[in-house]
Design a protein around this ligand. Structure first.
Ligand SMILES: Nc1nc2c(ncn2[C@@H]2O[C@H](COP(=O)(O)OP(=O)(O)OP(=O)(O)O)[C@@H](O)[C@H]2O)c(=O)[nH]1
Ligand SMILES: [Mg+2]
Length: 430
């Protein structure tokens, strides 16, 4: 159900309620007031959540009834409402969260997925704001540099274009990409007779956006869709599997996680804990087992038990260690032999804080492991956000998601316009 299509109920009168929905605590007066308040509020999930959560501080009957009211107001059928509330209750119990501030973002995330708000404005601006905050330092470098450059009616001479290149390089866009971008902008300015700084800034925005390739949204025709996660040590592979798994489970998929990192004992345990939290199946053979055998047997299990999606975790490895990279080739081969087309996606996880070294990682992981998609993690804490531009401009690979924190919900689809907006001006663009 779409967010805006479901607004009709709020604007056209009382919320639909069925007898199976949990009753409101203080009766219909409160229900009436809240419905009126929702009708008056800006139609955004975050705002509506503020309205229904007013006065709620801890998990309990008041929270459940308020949630039920919100879902009813959005025309969610009684059964789905109950399923949503009870899934959230058991998650809360497992996490042992007791204060609203600890679980509010998870709640909003679940509601967005359940209500199919993924592509709505609310989601986009939220992503933008998180990225903006995360990119504050990068943005400062670019924006201050550009402001200085564009101020005072400079002549667009050779020195100007050189300085533009420097500003971009300083934000970790990389020498090569900075040169290409500045070159493109220069010919465009000539061609289109651009003189004023506002138009130049807009042209730069478009050129930056054009660098990014749209993410593919494929799903394997022959389930399970097999996804292999690769990358150097500590970049966030395992956490990102957990986040992707969480999304998939909330979207109704049956997900299996395979512990292909048999190098660290703790890695198997770490993945098992995440599988438990996200509500996914789990397959492992323990420390020291052959990762290719784990992958092979996990596909067997996924096929036999009707899983939709299988994520295969792998041990972190330096891209320069040939024997370890060969191990990934073997895992790929074995997966393909057991299940045609597998792995359907090979995701290279890059740590945004690693700067220009990320380029060498992409090169080697693409050649050996055939990585065909990138997820950029830790964008929340870096001054080097420009690396996304460097990677996208040098390699023909889509960035599908970005990691913005350590929690399960801190993963967002990569939106190139929002990202470039955050880099250039940091203000939500409508
Ligand atoms: N701030 C922030 N931290 C993150 C993000 N993604 C992962 N982390 C943290 O990065 C650390 C490493 O994450 P892991 O998922 O274990 O990384 P890994 O690539 O599986 O590591 P190895 O298996 O040892 O190679 C953990 O402390 C994570 O919480 C992110 O998007 N933002
Ligand atoms: Mg790991």
């Amino acid at each position: 159900m779409g967010f805006f299509s479901s607004l009709g109920k709020i604007f056209s009168g009382g919320a639909a309620r069925t007898s199976s929905a949990p009753p409101l605590l203080s009766g219909s007066v409160e229900e009436e007031d809240l419905t009126l308040a929702l009708r008056a509020a800006e139609p955004r999930l975050s705002v509506w959540l503020d309205v229904v959560l007013a006065g709620v501080e801890t998990p309990g009957p008041l929270l459940w009834s308020r949630l039920s009211l919100l879902l009813a107001a959005l025309e969610t059928p009684g059964e789905e409402r109950e399923a949503f509330v009870s899934a959230f209750q058991s998650w809360l119990q497992g996490m042992e969260y007791t204060r609203l501030e600890d679980f509010r973002s998870e709640l909003q995330y679940r509601l967005a997925l359940a209500l199919d708000l993924e592509d709505e404005e609310d989601e986009r601006s939220r992503l933008l704001l998180r990225i903006s905050r995360g990119l504050a330092k990068t943005r400062e470098r670019i924006a201050l540099g550009l402001d200085a450059l564009f101020a005072g009616g400079r002549i667009l001479d050779a020195a100007f274009w050189e300085e533009l290149e420097e500003v971009l390089i300083f934000a970790d866009v990389g020498v090569e990409a900075a040169r290409t971008l500045s070159g493109r902008l220069r010919s465009r300015a000539l061609r289109e007779g651009i003189r004023d700084s506002g138009a130049l800034r807009e042209a730069l925005r478009e050129e930056l956006c054009a660098v990014f390739k749209p993410a593919r949204r494929i799903t394997a025709l022959n389930p399970p869709e097999v996804i292999l996660m690769v990358g150097v040590n500590g970049v966030g592979k395992t956490t990102t599997i957990a986040k992707l798994c969480h999304r998939a489970v909330l979207q109704g998929k049956k997900v299996l996680l395979a512990a292909g990192d048999t190098f660290r004992a703790a890695a198997v345990e770490q993945l098992e804990i995440w599988a438990g939290r996200a509500g996914a199946g789990f397959y492992a053979k323990g420390e020291g087992a052959d990762p290719a055998a784990v992958a092979f047997e996990a596909v067997d299990k996924a096929l036999a038990e009707g899983y939709d999606t299988l994520f295969v975790d792998t041990a972190g490895r330096l891209h320069t260690k040939t024997n370890l990279m060969e191990e990934l080739v073997k895992i790929r081969r074995v997966l393909g032999r057991r299940h045609p087309g597998a792995p359907h996606r090979v995701i290279l996880v890059l740590d945004a804080t690693s700067g220009q070294n990320a380029l060498a990682q992409v090169k080697l992981f693409r050649e050996t492991a055939k990585a065909d998609e990138i997820i950029l993690t830790k964008l929340d804490g870096t001054a080097k956000g420009g690396i996304a531009v460097a990677v996208a401009s040098r390699f023909n690979l889509p960035i599908s998601f970005v990691g913005l924190g350590e929690k399960l919900e801190d993963l967002r689809p990569f939106d190139s316009r929002a990202f470039v907006g955050a880099l250039l001006d940091g203000q939500p663009r409508r």
